[in-house]
Ligand binder design. Sequence first.
Ligand SMILES: [Zn+2]
Ligand SMILES: [Zn+2]
Length: 288
Amino acid sequence: MPHPTLNIGNVEISVLHDGEVSGPFQRFFPDVPLEAWAPYLKRYPDAYTGSDSLRVHFECYLIRSQGRTLLIDTGLGNASSNPGTVTNVGGGVDGVLLAELEAAGFQAGDIDIVFLTHLHPDHVGWNVTRDGGNESPTFPNARYVAHEADWAAFDTPRDSEIFGYSWWAETVAPLRRMGVLDLVSGETKLTGELTAIPTPGHTPGSMSLVVDSGGERAFIMGDVFHGPAQVTETGWVFHYDTDPDQAGQTRQRMLDRAESENATIAICHHSGFGRVIRESGRRYWQAV
Ligand SMILES: [Zn+2]
Ligand SMILES: [Zn+2]
């Protein structure tokens, strides 16, 4: 599969597609009436399946900056690395991130930093490789970076209470035991061109990555948005947002920034890259 690639100044960003599922609007946005989706079904046909379901991508990103190689999020994983999530979210289908990485010309050992936008189960799936009783970091030379507020929010047994199955013990807890996890808070520079910033609401520790190089800018925003419709409908509440009001404010703030800073944007569950445009005073996603 080709990897959509974006250059921001000297930084190269490639999409690595771990997998894809479809799920009904009502499951993800139970408060939004079905007919409200009509204009977006028309505007973004690739974002939907049929007339009532979201097409949910699980995208990760490979970023090269100042000699460093970063992986943003680690997707769904497979049946041994993240069994509960592959069964309950992925429909029993393993993700393909490692094959995508290889097709892009990289090995797991090339990754210097794994930046986790947040610690939900569909973003941490390939963190750890399990071989019989042995666990090891899938990216053996990487530091894994996540926000301390998500560690506090989802540590076992809270993970099972939230989605009805466990993922923490398989994917996140081992990182700390192995000594490869860096928990951060506030703004954190990952390279001279890449800064992690807090964008809370979807989860308490959600972060976005600001890419700033050669006078150009991009925001890799994890789950701040769930599909292009929310660029217009910032008040639509995603069912799994921890704090819906804060999530809406964060969406608004990041759109204000994307507009004023002329930034390209990416969101994990929709393919490719976009920009914010205005039509008749309303904001929309436009694919680039
Ligand atoms: Zn999430
Ligand atoms: Zn997600």
